[in-house]
Write a protein that binds this ligand. Structure first.
Ligand SMILES: [Zn+2]
Length: 233
């Protein structure tokens, strides 16, 4: 059977393992939020791409209607111009006509540019859709892996906690009492390995006698920081 120093080493390992697993489990919601944000961005890109095409189509329709209305107005002006006998009215109509024609030309140019943009955006749409589909698939797969990982962490934590209890039960009664008190007061921070001759937590050199005691697996407390010691490898 192992002596207290060796048991304490194992207890420290198990306790840190439980902490590590608890942190991994606690971190899960954050990881999920990051993945959801990534998917949300992909979905938003697709929505925006579709909206932008729809908006262009509507704009073009409005402009085409405006062109038709203005062209009718132009015909009206041209007819009035033919029939006009008044010089002042003639000049006014000519000016109105020029303005309307200019308006039509401008709208037609805009429609042409919109058509080009719309075609370009429509051509890009399949790749955006593909990227979004990939983001959805990736997220679905990530969720499956994530759930598996979480379940594994939870099972491992339960196992480590059970093992911890079992190992704690092997401590000699008088050591167990001190250990329980120390744990209750300071948690895992009451345990420290000795590396070389140095307490890994307070960086103080321990005595040769303490090293000798630890080697024979005895219960040793750091004289400087009061932690329960073991020889770290
Ligand atoms: Zn120490």
């Amino acid at each position: 059977m192992s002596g207290p120093a060796v048991i304490i080493k194992e207890l420290h390992r198990l306790r840190l393992h439980v902490v590590d697993l608890s942190e991994k489990i606690a971190f899960a919601p954050k990881q999920k939020a990051v993945q959801e944000k990534k998917l949300g961005q992909a979905e938003e890109t697709l929505t925006k791409a579709k909206e932008s095409i729809a908006r262009l189509t509507l704009d073009m329709r409005d402009k085409e209607n405006s062109v038709r209305a203005t062209q009718q107005q132009i015909k009206k002006y041209e007819k009035q111009l033919d029939e006009s006998a008044n010089k002042k009215e003639y000049e006014t109509l000519k000016s109105e006509l020029a303005t309307s024609k200019g308006h039509v030309a401008k709208l037609e140019d805009e429609i042409l540019a919109d058509m080009g943009t719309s075609e370009e955006k429509t051509a890009q749409l399949p790749s955006v859709e593909q990227a979004t589909k990939k983001a959805r698939d990736d997220f679905a797969q990530w969720q499956i892996d994530f759930q598996e990982r979480l379940a594994r962490f939870a099972a491992e934590k339960t196992r480590a906690q059970d093992e911890l209890k079992a190992v704690e039960a092997t401590l000699p009664v008088e050591v167990r009492q001190q250990y329980d008190r120390f744990i209750a007061a300071k948690g895992n921070d009451c345990l420290a390995g000795v590396k070389g001759k140095i307490c890994a937590e307070c960086y103080t050199e321990v005595t040769t006698q303490m090293i000798a005691d630890l080697r024979r697996e005895a219960f040793v407390i750091c004289k400087n920081c009061g932690r329960m010691l073991y020889i770290a490898t």
